[in-house]
Design a protein around this ligand. Structure first.
Ligand SMILES: O=P(O)(O)OC[C@H]1O[C@](O)(COP(=O)(O)O)[C@@H](O)[C@@H]1O
Ligand SMILES: [Mg+2]
Ligand SMILES: [Mg+2]
Length: 332
C-alpha cells in the first residue's frame, strides 16, 4: 500500500475537493512539526530531567522547567513563525499571547491549545497529548483581545489532537470528517493510517472518574447506577469501565472502538463550572467527535453551541457514541 504523508493528504484534499487554501496546508504542517517536537520531549522522559510536575532543581542545581511550560513554549515557537495567526491562547497562559510585530503576516487565524493534556500522567509514563483549535480572527483585528477569542465551538475552522502513546498520532478535522496520521519516527513524517474515522454508535464502555461519585448530580448518579446493574438492570447489558485521566487518550479510544467519556460538574467543581476547559479541551474534542458521527454535550446543551464567557471557562463534558450520549442526556 502506498503511504500518504500528511502534506500529500492535505494537498490532495485541496486539489480534489478544493477545501483548503495553501496557507491552511502550511499551517497544519507547522502544527505537525510542533507535535513531533513535543513527542520527542515527552519520549525522552526522565532523560530530559523534565518529568516533575513542579519547578524543581536538577542534580546540577539548575532550575528545571516543568513539561507543561516546555511544551507550551514549543507550540508557540513553531507556530508563530509563519505569521498565519493573529494571536494564540493557551491553557498555560493567563492572557492571550501577542505575536511579535515582525512575525505578523496575514494573521487570518487564532490558535488555541492545551500543550500537554493529561499532565498528571507524564511522570508515570502513561499517554499524554496536545489539543488544538483554530478559529478565524475577526475581520480587521490585528492585535486580538480576549473578546475576539470568545467564539462558539461551532465556528472552529479546524481542531485536532496529538496522542503521545505507544505510537504518536495526529488526528484532525477541518469539518470534512476525521483523519488520523501515525508518526514514523525513522522518517520523521506523519502518514495517513486512519482514514475517515467513525465513532461506533453503540457502546458498553464508560469512562468517568468514579472517585467523584458522591459529589455528582442526580442524573449522572442515576445513569452510572443503571449501567452498573448490568444485564439485570434497565440497560440490559454489562458495561466495562476505563479511566486513563488523559482526555486525549480517552477520546482516541472512543474514536477507535466507541464509548462514552464524562467529566460532569459535581458539587466540588460547581463554582468553576466543571473540570475541563471549553476553549482548549471541550470545543476541539467536540468538533472531532461530532465530525466522526458521535455526540458531545454538557448534559443540557451541545457543547459547540455554548457562547463562551471567558478564555479559561470550564464546562461539564459528556461525549462519545451517539446512542449512549443520547441515553445519558435523557437522564437530565
Ligand atoms: O485527575 P482527574 O480528576 O481524573 O482528571 C483527569 C482529567 O484532567 C485532565 O488531565 C485535564 O487536562 P490537563 O492535564 O491539561 O490539565 C484531562 O485530560 C483528564 O480527563
Ligand atoms: Mg487538558
Ligand atoms: Mg494541559
Amino acid at each position: 500500500m502506498e503511504k500518504q504523508t500528511l502534506s500529500q493528504f492535505l494537498l490532495d484534499e485541496q486539489r480534489l475537493r478544493g477545501i483548503h487554501d495553501d496557507e491552511f496546508v502550511l499551517l497544519l504542517n507547522d502544527i505537525a512539526t510542533a507535535c513531533k517536537s513535543i513527542s520527542r520531549a515527552v519520549c525522552k522522559g526522565a532523560l530530559n530531567g523534565v518529568m516533575g510536575s513542579l519547578e524543581c532543581e536538577n542534580i546540577q542545581g539548575e532550575t528545571q522547567k516543568q513539561l507543561d511550560v516546555i511544551t507550551n513554549d514549543i507550540f508557540i515557537e513553531v507556530n508563530q513563525v509563519a505569521g498565519y495567526y493573529a494571536g494564540m491562547a493557551s491553557e498555560e497562559m493567563d492572557a492571550p499571547y501577542e505575536i511579535p510585530v515582525n512575525l505578523r503576516k496575514s494573521g487570518k487565524y487564532l490558535l488555541l491549545f492545551d500543550p500537554l493534556d493529561g499532565s498528571s500522567n507524564v511522570n508515570v509514563n502513561i499517554s499524554v497529548g496536545t489539543i488544538f483549535s483554530i478559529l478565524r480572527c475577526p475581520e480587521g483585528v490585528e492585535n486580538p483581545k480576549v473578546k475576539d477569542y470568545l467564539q462558539s465551538g461551532i465556528t472552529q475552522v479546524c481542531s485536532g489532537y496529538a496522542l503521545y502513546g505507544s505510537s504518536t498520532m495526529l488526528v484532525i478535522t477541518a469539518g470534512f470528517g476525521v483523519n488520523g496520521f501515525t508518526l514514523d519516527n525513522d522518517v520523521g513524517e506523519f502518514y495517513l493510517t486512519h482514514l475517515n474515522m467513525r465513532v461506533p454508535e453503540d457502546t458498553h464502555e464508560f469512562a468517568i472518574n468514579m472517585s467523584n461519585q458522591k459529589s455528582w448530580e442526580a442524573p449522572v448518579k442515576n445513569y452510572i447506577e443503571d449501567c452498573l446493574k448490568g444485564t439485570d438492570g434497565p440497560r440490559g447489558k454489562q458495561f466495562n469501565m476505563r479511566w486513563v485521566a488523559s482526555m486525549v487518550a480517552e477520546v482516541h479510544r472512543i474514536l477507535i472502538r466507541g464509548g462514552i467519556f464524562m467529566y460532569p460538574v459535581d458539587s466540588k467543581l460547581k463554582d468553576k463550572g466543571g473540570k475541563l476547559r471549553l476553549m482548549y479541551e471541550a470545543n476541539p474534542m467536540s468538533f472531532i467527535i461530532e465530525q466522526a458521527g458521535g455526540l458531545s454535550s454538557s448534559g443540557r446543551q451541545r457543547i459547540v453551541n455554548i457562547k463562551p464567557s471567558g478564555l479559561h471557562q470550564r464546562v461539564p463534558v459528556i461525549m462519545g457514541s451517539k446512542n449512549e450520549v443520547e441515553m445519558m442526556c435523557s437522564y437530565y
